[in-house]
Design a protein around this ligand. Structure first.
Ligand SMILES: Cc1ncc(COP(=O)(O)O)c(C=O)c1O
Length: 400
């Protein structure tokens, strides 16, 4: 049985070329990049090159706008806590209801300890931001707006550049969690209004445990980790040199593969989606069919448990993911599905397929072959399905 990996929004395989680039930095090139002797200096030069590679992927304008961290989560936490400290007299945060827990859990904690007032902006049924509510939440009390570039569950892309312009009018800092977007969608920060951007190595074929925070030159910033002078005093702690080198190489490869990601990978995703919608009754796409990452498809199968679908897919060698989280014994639909008001009967059966440049046509064929029967068999066991209104699929995505 072929193994098919369609869970690339959870993590990606490290590209062999990335591993190759990293290897010398465990052994021969083991020096500390901050040391001035030759062992350190040559590593320092390689770190500098890696920083430029990442800078190029983001089209960042100036040197030293990249601060290395240990994860997307650390980058997100740093951005939020930095803004609250760097913007005295302002204690409000504007964010969305569909952010990753790396933002949401911190915001909820800050509210609980009385450190910040947080505005959680809602989304519509396609996952698009409520712009009116966003404008209404902005004021001169807002220290930070933090809105993700693309949603990890549905792939829906937010118009962050325009949202950042609006935040600027009120003097607020703007951060975007671009962990899912970097490497999949073109990003150009040069000349824009985005002050900070988070990314994570393991989502773009670099290793786990390395991330970065872009901090625009001149943007107010306070470090989270204090200690040594690494990263120009913005993040103390000796850099994860092999990880940093790997992230640089992954950035270089992402630039080379961007057209493939936007073309071939998107076509594979669209073919998978179209075939499922045609062959499986009572299912629909979650998220914005147009403003969406090219690799992500989140499909809601009515009257069936997502976890059960995943289990059966796993038996056939296919790895995907569900939006459900098991909370205190009951399967709760994810906060993203709830924010989008996906009906209860469908939110439970939502499956995320996330592709990467490593996927091929056979992977998609294998899912198209297996899935209709899995859903049919599971529904045959469901009393809800017996009484359901079986209609042709209500919503067909529009393909750009
Ligand atoms: C949108 C988003 N933000 C943040 C993170 C956290 O990144 P990391 O796993 O590097 O901490 C993830 C990971 O799934 C994510 O999808």
């Amino acid at each position: 049985m072929r193994a098919v990996y369609l869970d690339n929004n959870a993590t990606t395989r490290v590209d062999p070329a990335v591993v190759e680039a990293m290897l010398p930095f465990f052994t021969e090139q083991f020096g500390n990049p901050s040391s001035i002797h030759s062992f350190g200096a040559s590593v320092g030069q390689s770190v500098k090159k890696a920083r430029q590679q990442l800078q190029e992927l983001l089209a960042a304008e100036y040197d030293h706008e990249i601060v290395y961290t240990a994860s997307g989560t650390e980058s997100d936490n740093t951005a939020v806590l930095s803004a609250l400290e760097a913007m005295p007299g302002r204690n409000e945060i504007v964010t969305t209801q569909v952010e990753h827990p790396a933002i949401l859990a911190l915001c909820q904690h800050l509210e609980k300890i009385g450190r910040a007032k947080v505005h959680y902006i809602g989304v519509d049924s396609l996952g698009r931001l409520d712009l009116e509510a966003y404008r209404a939440a902005l004021s001169d009390k807002v220290a930070l707006v933090t809105i993700m570039w693309a949603n990890n569950e549905t792939g829906t892309i937010f118009p962050v550049e325009a949202l950042a312009e609006l935040a600027k009018e009120h003097g607020a800092l703007f951060h975007t969690d671009a962990v899912q977007a970097v490497g999949k969608a073109p990003i150009s920060l040069k000349g824009g209004a985005i002050d900070m951007l988070s990314l994570s190595g393991h989502k773009l074929h670099a290793p786990k445990g390395v991330g970065a925070l872009y901090v625009k030159r001149g943007a107010r910033f306070k470090p989270l980790l204090r200690g040594g002078h690494q990263e120009r005093g913005r993040r103390a702690g000796t850099e994860n040199t092999p990880g940093v080198i790997g992230l640089g190489k992954a950035a270089e490869l992402a630039i080379q593969h961007m057209a493939d990601e936007q073309g071939r990978v998107k076509e594979l995703r669209d073919r998978l989606e179209r075939a499922i919608l045609q062959r499986v009754p009572n299912c629909f796409v979650n998220g914005d069919p147009l403003e969406r990452l090219p690799n992500t498809s989140n499909i809601a199968f009515e009257y069936v448990e997502g976890e059960a679908i995943l289990l059966h897919l796993t038996r056939q060698g296919i790895a995907a993911s569900s939006g459900s989280a098991c909370t205190s014994g009951s399967l709760e639909p994810s906060h993203v599905m709830r924010a989008m008001n996906v009906p209860f009967t469908a939110a439970h059966g939502s499956i995320r397929f996330s592709l990467s440049r490593e996927n091929v046509a056979e992977d998609v064929d294998q899912v198209i072959e297996a899935l209709p029967e899995i859903v049919e068999n599971l529904r045959a066991l469901s009393p809800f399905w017996a009484g359901a209104n079986k209609e042709p699929n209500a919503f067909k995505p529009v393909y750009a």
